[in-house]
Design a protein around this ligand. Structure first.
Ligand code: PLP
Ligand code: COI
Length: 356
């Protein structure tokens, strides 16, 4: 694929941030973005890297009414020697296509997805921060653009990629966050879109998230839609518990996002000396385990959040405190994962992808 490039005069480039660790998540954007269009009968066409800026939409565009949209969340890291890396980008390319299929949208060939990322990040290399805890957050997304109010898959789409240098996702940094269990609202049901990364999954959670925040918690811990008994995941990350010295994470049921961080943690855990289990875990088991001391740690795992220790869980008017500080496994997994991502530890599994 040949990507057309429209470049700015050097004087028109934005000034660089002073300290990437102080950048709030997803608020600063780089100079350029990637765009590519799709029309029925023509396929994907006109790949282009152009100055970052607003995209005009017809007010009748399908996405604005029915939410035919999918996105990905990835990061690019700079090593001590200035090499720019991505972490398992092919996994994101695959999940992007899984989400596109679920939303009846045209898939993007994996090679084109990777090429677009690489060419854009190479051009924006100066924006990739070096300090562990900061990174260049990458947001690929696809939306339906056809101006038509009938409920049906659209005949035209836009795929775009934007980049955002960011510090840590949570204001708490590596200090434990609090989760609030919602036993009335649900995020996703089996057969729905929970496994896809689509905007509607997030819009539907905002009300419960607000309740969680009002009660002093950072995010919602979601339960299954049918019985409100089984733990599923958190608003923007998968969940892990240390139960009886074993790592436990809910098994994928079809309504949980298949996290790439989750999958990576499951793979490295045995190397680090902890057994890992994917199984159903009820909220009662978690709460009783915290009470009895069987559950010694909990943490969330995701691209934006990396490994985020969970200090307390609010459930039915009771607050169950796990720990005031990060536990040893959260720390070890955070260090190992970021060590691989920032090129400080050997890349034993071939997860690191060199961009520059
Ligand atoms: N679950 C949800 C709902 C998410 O938004 C994310 C973030 O991407 C994750 C889990 C973690 O997935 P990953 O590790 O691939 O970033
Ligand atoms: C990510 O971890 O990349 C995500 O997509 C989470 C996001 C919703 C903030």
């Amino acid at each position: 694929m040949h990507i057309k490039k429209t470049l700015l005069p050097p004087d028109n480039l934005k000034p660089l941030y002073a300290d990437a660790l102080k950048l709030p998540f997803g608020r600063t954007f780089t100079d350029y973005m990637f765009t590519m269009e799709h029309h029925r009968g023509r396929g994907w066409h006109d790949p282009e890297i152009r100055p970052y800026g607003p995209i005009p939409f017809d007010p009748a565009a399908n996405v604005l009414h029915y939410g035919q949209e999918v996105f990905e969340g990835m990061k690019s890291y700079k090593t001590d020697t200035g090499v720019v890396l991505m972490f398992r980008p092919r996994e994101n390319a695959k999940r992007f296509n899984l989400s596109l299929r679920r939303l009846s949208m045209p898939e993007v060939p994996e090679e084109h997805f990777l090429q677009a990322l690489c060419e854009l990040i190479r051009l924006e290399e100066r924006w990739v921060p070096q300090a562990v805890g900061s990174s260049l957050y990458i947001r690929p997304a696809a939306v339906s653009t056809e101006a038509a109010l009938g409920v049906k898959p659209a005949e035209s789409y836009l795929f775009f990629i934007i980049l955002s240098p960011s510090g840590p996702y949570f204001a708490e940094g590596f200090n434990p966050v609090g989760l609030w269990v919602s036993d009335s609202y649900t995020r996703a049901a089996v057969g729905g879109t929970g496994e896809a990364k689509t905007g509607g999954n997030y819009a539907g959670t905002l009300l419960a998230s607000k309740i969680a925040k009002d009660r002093g918690f950072s995010q919602v811990l979601w339960l299954d839609a049918l019985e409100h008994r089984y733990v599923e995941e958190v608003g923007a990350m998968n969940i892990f518990f240390v139960v009886d010295g074993k790592l436990v994470t809910p098994k994928l049921t079809g309504s949980i996002l298949q996290g790439i961080t989750r999958k990576s943690i499951l793979q490295i855990s045995s190397d680090l000396g902890i057994a890992a289990e994917e199984r159903s875990i009820t909220i009662d088991e978690v709460v009783e385990g915290i009470r009895s001391g069987k559950v010694t740690e909990a943490f969330g795992a995701g691209t934006a959040a990396v490994v985020s220790p969970v200090g307390k869980i609010g459930y039915r008017d009771e607050v169950h405190v796990i720990s005031e500080k990060a536990g040893p496994w959260s720390r070890k997994l955070f260090d190992t994962l970021t060590g691989i991502q920032y090129g400080k530890l050997p890349d034993k599994y071939g997860w690191v992808y060199r961009v520059v």
